[in-house]
Design a protein around this ligand. Sequence first.
Ligand code: SF4
Ligand code: SF4
Length: 179
Amino acid sequence: MCGALTEKSTETSSKNVDTARVDPAFKREVMNEHDGETLKKCFQCGTCTSSCPTARFSDCYRPRTVLRMAQLGLRNKVLSSSALWLCTACFTCTDRCPQGVEVASVLRVLRNLAVKKGVVPQVFIELNSSINDTGYAYRIPDIRHRKRAEAGLPPLPKANCKDVSKLLELTCKGKIPKK
Ligand code: SF4
Ligand code: SF4
């Protein structure tokens, strides 16, 4: 799931970085975004990784490593990794970082850059499409509506899909590909 973004990856060590794949502009691009500027304060203590609930259940997702790769300018490696999408945005890392790095926000910046590059896991394309069409993250099948009615439950509220669509257009700026 995480591709090559592992804590043991040799590319987290600057002496082993393949310079041909380094893009010095990448770090600046991240730091130009809101909260992205805190990336420079990371001194690689690992508190974020040791606090991260996702890392606890994964043998490859390590926020510390993702941030180090971003610092090193490994644009393609970071943006094409599915690891970015494993962050649940719980902000535990941000709360615990001794350097005041907005870890979760930096990860959000990286995901936004990945979207601009056209890298979005299929599941998020599906979610986006469902929210756009129905107002619900999950397309509720007809049988569920029928079962609700049979059980005497009221119908589920209908979303204002026009407003939802407008909101998605404004926030995603059409960057998430349609299904
Ligand atoms: S806790 Fe903060 S300083 Fe430590 S590795 Fe994570 S982001 Fe860097
Ligand atoms: S915000 Fe993301 S990276 Fe940070 S602790 Fe939560 S799941 Fe881990």
